[in-house]
Ligand binder design. Structure first.
Ligand code: GAR
Length: 204
């Protein structure tokens, strides 16, 4: 169980999709497994499920229009994103299905305090739809990774990984669902390490 003696770690969650990882974090908090509080959820997609999910749990959640690029943010918009996270007192930024690369404005505002969940055993299969890459590659084993974010695509120091079997009759959907079940355990576990003061995680 989480240590109730220390104040809950304030999370800022960024996501572009349905938000099942955000849901797993909410459940871990609500069941007392994780000593954290979601300070805000921000999406680059106006109708993303993650926004309605967060709002239904009373979490401030909003769309920040991402500008003209497909896979990154213009620096001035990324600065607005960083300012919003700082405004909500965020201590750890969690990319939970956020489909854009982050660059200097955000990295400088949260040094070593941005983590990402990715649906493969990095450094294998970075980028989009990693589960499909895994099936195409003929992997027998894949998995998921939680890592610190740097300016690269799905690079940055690996914090934890969980293996997942690839079954001969897997479709992309069945494999992604199995990987996501593993993500839903792995991501709250790693956030719990930060909430407990590690790894390399000074509270400020
Ligand atoms: C997750 O499987 C996550 O690993 C993946 O997006 C999905 C989001 O699902 N992220 C990436 O591929 C990042 N490169 P969710 O919206 O249900 O949490």
């Amino acid at each position: 169980m989480a240590d109730p003696a220390s104040p809950p770690l304030r999370l800022g969650i960024l996501g572009s999709g349905k938000g099942s990882n955000c849901g797993a974090i909410i459940e871990a908090i609500e069941t007392g497994q994780l000593n954290a509080r979601i300070a805000c959820v921000i999406s680059d997609v106006p109708d993303a499920g993650i926004l309605t999910l967060a709002q239904s749990h009373g979490v401030p959640a909003f769309h920040l229009p991402p500008g003209k690029f497909k896979t990154k943010l213009p620096p001035e918009i990324e600065q607005r994103l960083a300012d919003a996270l700082l405004h909500y007192g965020v201590e750890l930024v969690v990319l939970a299905g956020y489909m854009r690369m982050v660059k200097e404005p955000l990295l400088q505002s949260f040094p070593n305090r941005i983590i990402n969940v990715h649906p493969s055993l990095l450094p294998q299969h970075p980028g989009l739809r990693a589960w499909e890459q895994s099936i195409r590659a003929g992997d027998k084993i894949t998995g998921c990774t939680v890592h610190c974010v740097d300016a690269g695509m799905d690079t940055g120091p690996i914090l934890a990984q969980q293996t997942v079997p690839v079954r001969p009759d897997d479709t992309p959907e069945t494999l992604h669902a199995r990987i996501q079940s593993a993500e839903h355990a792995l991501l709250p576990m790693v956030i719990g390490w930060f909430a407990a003061g590690g790894p390399d995680a000074p509270r400020h």
